[in-house]
Design a protein around this ligand. Structure first.
Ligand SMILES: [Zn+2]
Length: 226
């Protein structure tokens, strides 16, 4: 198998193919250039209409999983297609989410590492600024929260804990029936917690979920330690 085919198969890109690669051991990096065949058409990223013609392209790069100890990057000219309904739109590439400078596989690795270590420690290992890693975490946490279903929650436990040594408090709302954290907010909550206070705190996620039933909300004190 030729080198390019090997990368092609390893990355698994569908119609996209590996045009070239450059391996620089002194710089500690591998750069892989991708492209699409001439005459290709793409789906509109907004209405999913198939067969949209390429209008122009934008050059983009993504950090990918390391190739052994070397940092790997993908580069491609990403087409903007002309959709009859939506106008000119940048297509979605199969290896990254829109607007991210990382591949999905790199992001998946970040999410796995984040369970095991602080982001600051991870940033040293993967050699990325921690604010870039936080952006990945924020995206997936927010996505999970949007999709989270709190409609079955009937009992909530509330607790506060310090997020760092000192007085940076966060308050956690915990599902008491199915142990899981529902919501975390900065600061302390005044105790005893009144119903109106809970409504105020719960409201950011209330719009997407059924509100808590007042009759079944109970406060557990001493508070849970999560
Ligand atoms: Zn469209």
């Amino acid at each position: 198998m030729k080198d390019k085919e090997l990368f092609q198969k390893a990355i698994g890109l569908g119609p996209w193919f590996v045009v070239s690669y450059e391996f620089d051991p002194d710089e500690g990096r591998l750069d892989i250039e991708l492209d699409f065949p001439p005459g290709s058409t793409f789906a509109c990223p907004e209405c999913n209409a198939e067969g949209c013609k390429v209008y122009d392209t934008e050059k983009k790069s993504w950090r990918h999983l390391n190739f052994f100890q070397y940092e790997a990057y993908l580069h491609a000219r990403v087409p903007r297609v002309h959709c009859k309904k939506c106008g000119v739109k940048l297509v979605k590439v199969p290896w990254a989410r829109p607007g991210s400078g990382f591949t999905l596989l790199f992001e998946a690795m970040v999410m796995i590492l984040a369970r095991e270590m602080p982001v600051k420690a991870m940033s040293k290992i993967v050699k990325e600024h921690d604010t870039r890693l936080w952006r990945i975490l924020d995206h997936y946490v927010e996505e999970a929260r949007r999709e989270g279903d709190c409609s079955s929650v009937t009992e909530v436990g509330v607790d506060e804990t310090s997020s760092k040594r000192g007085h940076n408090y966060v308050t956690l709302f915990v599902d008491l029936e199915e142990p899981r954290t529902l919501f975390v907010t900065e600061g302390k909550v005044r105790m005893p917690l009144r119903w109106t206070d809970l409504e105020k705190i719960w409201s950011p996620i209330k719009g997407r979920q059924k509100p808590l039933k007042r009759s079944v909300v109970t406060w557990h004190q001493p508070l849970l330690r999560v």
